[in-house]
Design a protein around this ligand. Sequence first.
Ligand code: GDP
Length: 296
Amino acid sequence: MFEGLSDKLSGIFDKLTRRGALSEADVAEALREVRRALLEADVALDVVRTFTDSVQAKAVGANVVKSVSPGQMVVKIVNDVMVETLGSTAQPIDLDAAPPVAIMLVGLQGAGKTTTAAKIAKRLKERHGKRVLMASLDVKRPAAQEQLAILGRQVEVDTLSIVPGQDPVKIAKRAEETARREGYDVVMLDTAGRTHIDEPLMEEMAQIKAVSKPHEILLVVDALTGQDAVNLAKNFDDRVGLTGIVLTRVDGDGRGGAALSMRAVTGKPIKLIATGEKMDALDEFSPQRIANRILG
Ligand code: GDP
């Protein structure tokens, strides 16, 4: 991901930094090229506009053309604006609540929810020493609960016992009661997905939220779906209320538009990125690190 954008931007910046002096027109031309590169990377139009306006304003404010190395200053400004667009600082999962802290994962079918649930649980166990109980609330897909149990055994994290025929809200209640009784720190709730958003799905999410009172509601969304990922996040946030986003398949060759637009469009932080199928392929989303990856 990001390779295409990264190549284009480094081409633009090489041209810019090779020249000693720059005119206002040179800077304006470079900004037009940056704008085009962002649009081609599938970054949302509004985000691109705000981005280039902000770079322009900062370039004028810093009187870039009069500086000793104007090209490098433009690059630095683009870097700063990109970090801001991505959310400025990393936003880790927040567990600052009375245990058991519920984390609810929502999203479409195939986005990577179940895989991500196990990855997060593993991370919380290994890095934060938390006792985690995972529960699958997916009663639609026949093998979903068993899939989570298998992953749980793989990462050595407990999963709630499966009671055939129990509905998602009852499972959520049982997860909370079990976690409380048995002294777990965190309850990870893996919810059912659909192929697209529909009313029954949103209603189900709202009911689960009401009984579990999750401290984190994370949307798990496939970065390869670009603008659709951003629209999905807006929809889920409007209906269920999100505390953050996990972008999956950042290992794929998507153009990166979702990663770049998500924070600015939804106002919700990307907390984690998933970069593969393995249980360790999960990283904290660091705006600075991603900007470095894009800008080289
Ligand atoms: P769910 O329906 O949302 O629970 O999705 P799953 O967790 O079952 O994931 C669907 C498929 O995507 C599985 O084959 C996962 O191994 C795969 N997957 C999940 N996350 C990633 C990721 O970050 N990168 C890649 N390449 N594959 C992933």
